[in-house]
Design a protein around this ligand. Structure first.
Ligand code: OOG
Ligand code: MG
Length: 259
């Protein structure tokens, strides 16, 4: 264990692991670093992607439900960056080759209407948010065996790899307690309620704006904010159809191509 941290070198290692879909050992087994350094590594690795032309399209929250915290053994909320190359069309497909050991999880996504430059309260929501959609997130940890510490997963952009968005609904649609199912080849594998997300998915949106304010970030109009999974995630395999059904928000689906 050493305490000298080369942020750029660790960022490059994670970026290379993601770009080549090849797992890397956990950073925390080799160096000690705290949450602030983990976010610095995350940002340095995402900057490499921006330099290659990828565009930021929003933010994702993670570990906003007990189901996820227990599944992964991590107990603090985290956030990561979403980029345009992560988007998969609803009812479209993605190639298994792009991933190391991908998993899918059911989420709720918000769309930002007006640039957010402060911590929002519930009363601000109609001014800043234009829509709500059901969404599938694909997570693919760059670490071997999908194992990580809190700091590791933050540095790895919170395992962010893909997202599939359903139809947009107006924000007056109640989302506090919606039944959510994740299906693989039409068999239900995970089920739960949107309530599992911090008691109400809007709380996750408010938490994202609190973190953004704390780190002095603005969230541009048009951004997506993913609230975090309501249930555990499921490993996905080539040839599978992966779908979610969310009460009142509808279905979202994609196929995993073998190449
Ligand atoms: C980390 C990402 C967590 C969520 O929705 O809770 C996350 C992981 O589980 O690999 O995306
Ligand atoms: Mg997620």
């Amino acid at each position: 264990m050493t305490n000298s941290i080369d942020i750029d070198k660790l960022a490059e290692r994670l970026d290379t692991a993601a770009a080549n879909a090849k797992a890397t050992p956990q950073l925390s087994k080799e160096v000690q670093f705290n949450v602030d350094t983990a976010y610095a590594i995350q940002f340095a690795s995402m900057r490499r992607r921006f330099e290659r032309g990828q565009k930021m399209i929003g933010l994702k929250m993670g570990f906003t439900s007990k189901a996820k915290m227990e599944q992964m053994g991590v107990h603090d909320m985290i956030w990561g960056i979403l980029t345009d190359d992560m988007l998969i069309d609803n009812n479209g497909s993605t190639s298994f080759n792009k991933y190391i050991h991908p998993r899918a999880e059911p989420e709720i996504c918000f769309k930002v209407k007006k640039t957010i430059n402060k911590q929002l309260t519930k009363a601000d929501i109609p001014e800043y948010i234009s829509g709500i959609a059901a969404a599938i997130e694909i997570i693919d940890s760059r670490y071997e065996n999908f194992k990580f510490s809190l700091e590791d997963v933050i540095a790895d952009n919170c395992s962010s790899t893909g997202l599939v968005l359903g139809e947009w609904h107006p924000i007056d649609q109640a989302i506090g307690d919606l039944k959510i199912e994740l299906l693989i080849d039409d068999t239900v594998k995970q089920e739960g309620s949107s309530k599992a997300i911090l008691g109400d998915p809007w709380e996750s949106l408010l938490a994202a704006t609190r973190l953004a304010a704390q780190y002095k970030w603005t969230i541009p109009a048009g951004s997506y904010i993913m609230a975090g999974a309501a249930t555990g995630a499921e490993y996905i395999q080539p040839g599978q159809k992966v779908s979610i059904k969310v009460e009142a928000l509808g279905a979202v689906e994609f196929k995993v191509e073998s190449e």
